[in-house]
Every structure is written in C-alpha cells, then in structure tokens.
Write a protein that binds this ligand. Structure first.
Ligand SMILES: NC(=O)c1ccc[n+]([C@@H]2O[C@H](COP(=O)([O-])OP(=O)(O)OC[C@H]3O[C@@H](n4cnc5c(N)ncnc54)[C@H](O)[C@@H]3O)[C@@H](O)[C@H]2O)c1
Length: 383
C-alpha cells in the first residue's frame, strides 16, 4: 500500500526515532500530561508521538492557519487528544488553547508563549514548566519571568536551532515556498528582506543563491553592517521597498510593512511574511486602504490588490507564515526539524526529571543537551 508523507517524515526523523526507542523503556513522562499548541504537520506528529512513547498523555492544538487535517487525523488515531482543527480565526484559536489548558498539563511545550501566558491568567499548581520553541515566544515570556518562576527552556536560543533551522532551513524553505506558491522567477529580481536575524540571513543567502538581487532592511545598525559586509545592499527602508519585486518580512515584530507603504511599492510587488505571527505585514490595514480599488483572490494563497492608480500588489497567504501555507506546504527540511525536536524531547525530559531549576525560567537550552544532540546527529551521519 502507498505510504503517506507522515510516514516518510517519521522515517527520516532519525534522531526522534532513536529517542523514541529509548523513551519506550525509560518512560520519563509516565503519568504526566504534556500540553502544546504547535504547527500540526508531519514533523510535529513525529515529535508528539515520541513524547507519547515516553509515557506522556499528549494534548495538542495547532497554530493559526498552519494545521494540516492529515496530521490531526493521524495523531487522533494514535491516542493524542487534538483540540480543534485548521483555523485562521484568532478567537477560535484562543478557545482551542484554553481547551489544552483545561486538561491541566504538567508540562507545556509552547510555541509563541501563548500557553504560558494563558496559564498565568488562570494558574494551577501542578505545572512543572516546559519549553518555548520560538524567538517570538521568548520575547513574549521574558517580561513575565518573575510571575512564571518555573523552568522554561527556549529551544530557539540553542545555537543548533539558530544555524540548522532558522538560518539554513528557513532560508531554503522560503525560497521553496516562493517558487511553489507564486511560481515566479527569482533570477534578476530585487528581493527585500526585512530582518537580518538568523532567519533573515538564511532567506537573503538563499535568494542570492537563486540569482536574485537582495536588499536587507534591519532596525539594528549592527545587523545592517553585518548584511553590508555579507555583500547585500542596505538602502533605506523606503528605497528598499520602492525597488522590491518581492518583499519578505522575518522580524518577529508587528506592523513592519503597512498601509502607509503601499504608495512606495512598484507595480507587481509581492509581499510575504515568514515571521511567526501574521502581524508583520499589516494585511487588514493594507486591504482597507482608500487607495485599493479592487481585490482578487487567486488559488494557491495569493491575493491581488488592484490600486486606484492601476498598480497591482500581491499578498501571499494573507501575511501568515508562508512557508507553512499554500498548496502542499512542506515547512522546513525534515533534518532541521528533527534536530530542533530532539532538543525539545531532551529539554522536556530534563524538566520532568527535575534537572532544571525554577530559576532557569526562559533560558537557553543547557550546553550539555546541545552537545548530546549534536553528537547524536553526527553519529547517525557517519554510522
Ligand atoms: N517561517 C519559519 O519556518 C520560522 C522558523 C523559525 C523562526 N521563525 C520566526 O521568524 C522570526 C525571526 O526569527 P529570527 O530568529 O531571525 O529573529 P531575530 O530576533 O534573530 O531577528 C529579527 C531581526 O529583525 C530585526 N527587526 C526588528 N524589527 C524590525 C523592523 N521593523 N524592520 C526591520 N528589521 C527589524 C531585528 O533587529 C533583528 O535583527 C520570528 O518571528 C521567528 O519566530 C519562522
């Protein structure tokens, strides 16, 4: 019988496979509930089933606009409690997150800081701590440290996550998604990347590798200098917007590109966001601009705004993280996610075993876990 993509992904998550084998015997999460709100797609399926092998009862919902029904069905068939399904409705998503917390998970695997934030508003005593996957979540939770006071390890701050996923994999995946969704050429095109963190660095490098001319905009002068020394153009944001054939935001901040920028954009400019929250491009204000005469929706997650002056501006995936949207969204490479999720599994194990103290609240992955995961990956490569 034809095997599906979830099975292909599971087979290629070699780190998670070996951790699952170990967890089957050690059962670090026996009797514990892990609650999560994470992009539900084939790679997270592999992670959640690995945690289940470790004895956890897993309760999960997806993230806004990225949940894949096949992943939901696969998990539900294997005993994971999945709350809700694919949605881009913020209120429904909030209800689903509250639904996860209603199970009073002992450990939270958070993605954006939403679950820990909700827990603060309706605390229960049995929460042991957990992990946070993203940069955006770390920024969200850092100011709440004094209130949370539980061990929370931030996967994003592992150097492995930074170079393997954010830089290399997001860069590749953004290029792959741009080609897959728009099917437009990159060669000779001007691409403007907002944000030169790890993700932006990878996006810029992959776009340059695809023969685009790349401009970088970053608020931080050090990042602009770094981009300049890496060989990119670093014009003012106004010039970078006016020149761009394709604008991609990957900053983790809100309102990076908005209605006021419409006047700058050239005819045919394409806007897409790869940052975690769908707020980097202020799509509602852009759509409601008095200068928009008409809107056309194309298949494959492209919307065209016809401006009163005749220009056409295209928005990909309504400003949602576009490498997890559109037809057959693949996200980041399996191996990069296997590395990040091996860090997740080891960090959650460390929290449940009491190896991380409550003073380690919103801190990077401990060095020994990074080293263990790096060695395991290299051992598999050279086995
Ligand atoms: N699409 C994916 O698959 C994926 C994967 C990992 C992370 N992410 C997300 O990508 C985003 C960026 O992650 P990162 O690790 O590169 O973050 P980072 O914090 O390392 O880098 C963000 C950069 O954006 C710059 N910046 C902030 N506001 C800006 C503005 N208004 N204009 C221009 N530059 C601005 C900052 O100075 C910084 O250099 C986060 O939201 C993260 O959660 C997405």
């Amino acid at each position: 019988m034809m095997k599906n993509r979830i099975e292909w992904v599971a087979r290629n998550c070699r780190l998670l496979t070996s951790i699952a084998e170990e967890f089957r015997n050690s059962k670090p999460f026996a009797g514990k509930t892990i609650g999560t709100g994470i992009h539900l797609e084939p790679k997270t399926v592999a992670l959640l089933l690995t945690l289940q092998e470790g004895g956890a009862r897993v309760v999960s919902t997806g993230n806004l606009n990225t949940t894949q029904q096949g992943a939901v069905d696969h998990l539900a068939a294997r005993g994971v409690t999945v709350i809700g399904g694919p949605t881009s409705d913020i209120a429904e998503h909030q209800r689903n997150l509250k639904g996860v917390l209603s199970h009073k998970p002992d450990i939270i695997l958070d993605n954006g800081g939403d679950l820990f934030d909700l827990w603060l508003k309706d605390r229960y005593a049995s929460l042991l701590g957990g992990t946070e996957e993203t940069t955006s979540g770390r920024m969200h939770l850092e100011p709440l440290r004094d209130q949370i006071r539980l061990p929370i390890l931030v996967i994003n701050d592992s150097p492995i996550k930074q170079f393997a996923e954010n830089e290399h994999a997001v860069g590749q995946s953004v290029l792959e998604s741009y080609m897959r969704i728009t099917n437009r050429v990159t060669n000779g095109q001007r691409v403007t990347v907002f944000g030169y963190g790890a993700c932006g660095k990878g996006v810029a490098a992959n776009m340059r590798g695809a023969n685009a001319k790349v401009s970088v905009v970053d608020n931080d002068p050090l990042k602009r200098l770094q981009a300049h020394l890496d060989g990119y153009d670093t014009p003012s944001r106004e010039v970078a917007l006016a020149d761009a054939d394709f604008v991609v935001t990957v900053t983790g901040r809100q309102g990076v590109v908005g209605e006021a920028d419409l006047a700058l954009l050239k005819n045919g400019a394409i806007l897409a966001n790869a940052g975690h929250f769908p707020l980097e491009i202020d799509v509602p204000s852009i759509r409601e601009s008095a200068n928009v005469a008409d809107r056309e929706q194309f298949e494959d997650a492209v919307e065209t705004l016809v401006m009163k002056d005749g220009r056409k501006i295209h928005i990909v995936a309504e400003g949602h993280m576009f490498n997890l949207a559109g037809p057959r969204p693949l996200g980041n490479s399996i191996e990069s996610m296997d590395l990040g999720f091996a860090l997740q599994a080891r960090c959650l194990e460390a929290v449940v075993l009491g190896n991380v103290s409550s003073s380690d609240c919103v801190v990077p992955v401990p060095r020994e876990i990074d080293e263990r995961v790096a060695n395991a990956y290299l051992d598999l490569c050279y086995a």
